[in-house]
Design a protein around this ligand. Structure first.
Ligand SMILES: Cc1cc2nc3c(=O)[nH]c(=O)nc-3n(C[C@H](O)[C@H](O)[C@H](O)COP(=O)(O)O)c2cc1C
Length: 273
């Protein structure tokens, strides 16, 4: 069976599908319709670009109906000013309401993460959601156990002091690991795949931004990520599959406070050549 089919009534032989195909598996010359190259299946990324880019709806890919590719609703796309305001006004949130985020909304966030780019379209980002706030709290407690060990182990005095401060805050009843957020979402993947560290971070970034658009607050959980793959009791509690590593985590919930201004940031560290 052919990897894709061309509706010869609809195809205008403009060759856009062939030009946009990332792995060049579409053979095209103006005097005939596009066809898959030899062994196309072997090289195809299954990215669906050939179908999505065709202005005439002339391609069917892997027997998927064209209706499975929703039209881009151009009237819903934000303009660059709106996007800039959105991106610059996102903040890391460190005070959360106790209210849980409902399961459907958490699932919607994860679903959106599917649309983040992945190296070679491998789509190997796995998600783990800690929905129950008591489980989130016990993870924080394990990160504190790790911080206690690190405070004695790290040669860098400033970093060690930072760990000590995290621990003493915790002992005073202040959670500086997850800031009282009810949920943790982490990404993990088989560690033998080359692009998964980036894939996981990009997917979480998509999720974080979408969460902000939904009125939620998030903050990257860097201490959890640092401890996740190195502190055995935490690794066990996370329960990731064999051969997987954690490549990023965020805390999430409803924010207690809203930000009214955008703090400044350093000039970009850029070199032009
Ligand atoms: C990879 C990464 C790890 C982070 N880890 C933590 C963390 O463990 N705890 C925390 O409170 N903030 C953490 N942050 C949030 C940063 O401190 C925050 O992004 C930075 O201060 C800038 O603030 P903004 O996100 O509001 O612009 C982390 C951010 C990143 C990107």
């Amino acid at each position: 069976m052919s990897l894709f089919k061309i509706d010869q009534e609809k195809c205008k032989r403009d060759g856009i599908c062939a030009r946009e195909c990332p792995t060049k598996i579409i053979d095209f010359t103006e005097d005939r319709f596009p066809t898959p190259v030899k062994n196309a299946e072997e090289y195809c990324l299954n990215c669906g670009h050939c179908v999505a880019v065709c202005p005439h709806g002339a391609l069917t890919f892997n027997n998927m109906l064209i209706d499975e590719y929703p039209l881009v609703q151009k009237d819903l796309l934000p303009n660059s000013e709106t996007i800039k305001q959105f991106l610059t006004s996102r903040r890391s949130i460190r005070n959360y309401q106790k209210q849980a985020v409902n399961h459907e909304l958490l699932a919607e966030l994860i679903d959106l993460g599917r649309f983040a780019p992945t190296g070679s379209n491998k789509q190997q980002v796995h998600w783990k959601v800690f929905e129950d706030s008591s489980k989130t709290h016990s993870l924080a407690s394990l990160v504190i156990d790790w911080a206690r060990i690190m405070a004695k182990k790290i040669p860098d005095e400033v970093a060690a002091k930072r760990m000590e401060r995290l621990v003493s805050s915790w002992e005073d009843g202040v959670d500086r690991i997850f800031h009282g957020a009810p949920h943790i979402i982490l990404t993990h993947a088989p560690s033998n795949l080359p692009s998964v560290p980036s894939d996981c971070v990009i997917a979480l970034t998509y999720l974080e931004l979408y969460a902000y658009s939904k009125g939620l607050g998030t903050c990257w959980a860097g201490y959890l990520t640092s401890a996740a793959n190195s502190y055995a009791p935490l690794t066990k509690a996370l329960g990731l599959p064999e051969g997987h590593k954690c490549y990023g985590a965020i805390m999430l919930g409803y924010p207690q406070f809203k930000y009214h201004r955008i703090p400044n940031r350093n000039a970009p560290l850029v070199s032009w050549s």
